[in-house]
Every structure is written in C-alpha cells, then in structure tokens.
Design a protein around this ligand. Structure first.
Ligand code: ZN
Length: 178
C-alpha cells in the first residue's frame, strides 16, 4: 500500500465537476473577476493543502495579471477576505483545483458566492452582496467579510483607474527623460 505522503499519489487528480457547477462562460463575471477567482483558488488550495505552498502561485498569478504594485496588494486583499471567511465559517468550502485546465472552466457554488459578492459590490448592489456574504459566512460576521471585500473592490477600482491614466504618466516620464 502506498503511503499518503507518496508524491505520485498526491499528484493524482480527479475532476470534481458536478451538477452544482456552472461553466464560467455562463456567469456574468468579467476578466478581472475571473482572475480573482483563480487567485482565490490558489489560496483555497494553500489552506487545504499547505504542503503545496500554493500561496506563492496566488501571488504570482496576481502579479502576472495586475501591474506592480497592485498584484501583491490585490492578492493580500483576497487573502484577508478569505481569512475572515474561513475563520467565521464552520463548514468547508468547495473549490476547483486551479492547476486543472478542465476544472477551472467550471465554478462551484461557494466560488460563485465569493466572486458574486465582489461582482455585486462593483455593481453597487449592496443587497446582492450581503445576500451572498450571509450564505458564505453562515450568518456570522458577514459585515466583517463584506468590509474586506469592499477593500478588495476599492483596490481593483484604483488599479483600473491607474491603468486608464497610464499613458498620461508615461508622457510625463518621457518629457523628464529629455
Ligand atoms: Zn480537473
């Protein structure tokens, strides 16, 4: 019998797509929210299997998708929200393996609730955000979780605002070079 610590056993993966999962293209989530979902999955994996050191991938993914200094700041904001959620919630959370090209195309109910909280905050729909937060937090400390998600949404907004202004800053730098 193989030991559970056998690397070959740990690398085995079975797709976990069931009837409760929906295809990512059937959601209203934009590219940014999909990137946050992938970062979230790496943190779920890191909490579930610390030996994977998946928080490194969470930060790397965030740095790759959001320019410095926003990448690390956004990953940190996701982690803070998840810390609050996992500290509040009694039951486990279903997530998909971020390294499986098949599973990442589908979203679990819990992942959907998490990203939809952010989606509704970004759409200024407080009621929708709170409804998802209550489900995720099982009615406990959802306001603390919502505060953390609001901070994440604020940083994302700042990132996009900064991106829009980037050509302006680039022009200033070019002028200074001469
Ligand atoms: Zn899979």
């Amino acid at each position: 019998m193989s030991s559970p610590s056998n690397p070959a056993i740990r690398l085995m993966h079975q797709h976990k797509i069931n009837d409760n999962c929906i295809h990512i293209d059937k959601t209203s989530f934009d590219e940014c929210e999909r990137q946050i979902l992938q970062i979230t999955r790496f943190f779920f994996l890191a909490f579930h299997h610390p030996e994977t050191h998946a928080w490194i991938s969470a930060y790397k993914t965030s740095e790759k998708n959001f320019n410095t200094p926003y990448g690390a700041t956004i990953a940190n904001a996701v982690q803070i929200a998840l810390n609050i959620l996992c500290g509040t919630r009694g039951a486990g959370l279903n997530y998909h393996d971020p390294k499986c090209e098949t599973c990442i195309k589908y979203i679990t109910l819990h992942e959907h609730c998490f990203i939809e909280t952010l989606y509704f905050i970004r759409k200024l729909n407080k009621f929708g955000a709170k409804e998802n937060a209550i489900i995720l937090c099982e009615g406990m400390a959802e306001n603390k979780f919502l505060d953390a998600m609001n901070k994440l949404a604020t940083i994302i907004e700042e990132y996009h605002t900064h991106k829009i202004k980037m050509p302006f800053y680039d022009n200033i730098n070019i002028k200074r070079m001469h």
